[in-house]
Design a protein around this ligand. Structure first.
Ligand SMILES: NC(=O)c1ccc[n+]([C@@H]2O[C@H](COP(=O)([O-])OP(=O)(O)OC[C@H]3O[C@@H](n4cnc5c(N)ncnc54)[C@H](O)[C@@H]3O)[C@@H](O)[C@H]2O)c1
Ligand SMILES: *[C@@H]1O[C@H](CO)[C@@H](O)[C@H](O)[C@H]1NC(C)=O
Ligand SMILES: *[C@@H]1O[C@H](CO)[C@@H](O)[C@H](O)[C@H]1NC(C)=O
Length: 316
């Protein structure tokens, strides 16, 4: 059904994440009229139609944005949807009430997805009649550019819901990863926040400045990890002996860094200095340029991978 030309997607919440998903779906749906958006902000239609073009940096804005359905009630928004994707406020009671209502008006086989950064499906589904339907589909901002979707089921989520969701994203060239357990922050943010903690520690202890820390990441593991994740990278770093050889060689240094790792916490007093340095160095960051470059990096990686299909295991 997800490949059907009749596929209809409803987005609930048209903020940062909802509109980015709108841009993604518009480039894959048969017609903009198959996209419905529901948002309770005043003048929602005007806001959506004037903000959505910002998500197209290459001048390829679909000319028929006006064909998008802007719903004025939740029940009409979901009544004929094949997929209902929620990107509303990060608020448990909002999400619980929402799913309870959505369930009453949506087709029985519609997929129900939440973009939440941290409220597990097992909590959001508490007031649903059929808790097996809900799945967290956590994007990495901005999802019209970033390929990752973390699929985080509750213990009750039906396997079939997960596989249909995986198939949907795979068919659209995206990278859905099924997390086997609900865990605080999911995986991508946990990794990023571990690096952020050590970054703050290194600035706070006077080793480098905020901008020097950023230059270090941008000139080393940033580009490396876009091509090969930490395990593949260090497996390569160990030469023919792989990850095991890597740890044999410098496992002592690795452990010494872990032992010495900064245990900074939110509210510890590092904030004033770090926030000020970031503000003075960067002001308000223009994400348009960042996103355009990120898109080109990802496109290049995809093109190069397509050339070397099959040579992967031996080429590095
Ligand atoms: N911003 C990020 O980087 C990011 C990344 C991944 C996931 N998320 C998650 O995505 C969700 C949305 O985040 P965001 O940053 O886009 O928030 P946002 O505040 O930009 O957007 C939320 C939208 O929901 C609308 N809304 C409020 N009440 C509503 C209701 N009752 N019905 C319909 N719409 C309603 C608001 O008008 C607003 O447009 C959150 O759950 C968040 O945790 C955010
Ligand atoms: C332009 O942007 C759209 C949607 O954001 C994307 O699908 C398309 O591939 C982009 N085209 C180019 C040439 O980058
Ligand atoms: C969360 O949502 C509930 C229900 O929609 C609302 O009453 C409450 O004010 C919201 N809380 C916050 C902090 O916005």
């Amino acid at each position: 059904m997800e490949h059907d030309s009749e596929l209809r997607i409803t987005l609930i919440g048209a903020g940062t994440i909802g509109l980015s998903f709108a841009a993604f779906h518009l480039s894959h749906l048969t017609s903009p009229s198959h996209l419905t958006i529901y948002d309770t902000r005043p003048n929602a239609e005007e806001y959506i139609l004037s903000t959505l073009p910002q998500f197209y940096q290459n001048g390829s804005v679909p000319i028929s944005l006006s064909e998008i359905n802007i719903a004025t009630s939740l029940s009409s928004a979901v009544s004929t949807a094949s997929i209902i994707q929620e990107s509303g406020p990060e608020n448990l009671s909002f999400k619980k009430q929402l799913w309870k209502q959505v369930e009453q008006h949506a087709p029985k086989d519609a997929l129900l997805w939440s973009s939440t950064s941290g409220i597990p499906a097992s909590q959001q589904s508490q007031d649903m009649q059929d808790r097996a339907r809900l799945l967290v589909v956590h994007p990495y901002n901005p999802p019209h550019i970033m390929p990752l979707l973390e699929l985080v089921p509750s213990p009750e989520t039906l396997e079939r819901v997960i596989t249909r969701t995986q198939d949907f994203w795979l068919a659209r060239g995206r990278v859905p990863i099924h997390l086997k357990k609900e865990i605080t922050g999911f995986v991508a943010n946990r990794l990023a926040f571990a690096l952020l903690r050590e970054s703050i520690h290194l600035v706070q202890s006077g080793v480098v400045s905020v901008t020097e820390l950023d230059k270090i990441v941008e000139s080393s593991m940033g580009p490396r990890w876009a091509v090969a994740g930490p395990f593949k990278s260090y497996h390569a770093g160990g030469g023919p002996g792989g990850l095991e050889a890597f740890f044999k060689n410098i496992g002592g240094t690795v452990q010494a860094c872990w032992t010495d790792a900064g245990q900074v916490n939110v509210g510890d007093g590092w904030e004033d200095q770090v926030f000020r340095e970031a503000r003075e160095a960067y002001g308000i960051v223009a994400t348009t340029e960042r996103d355009a470059i990120t898109r080109r990096v990802l496109n290049t990686i995809e093109e190069e991978r397509a050339k070397t299909i099959g040579g992967e295991a031996t080429s590095n």
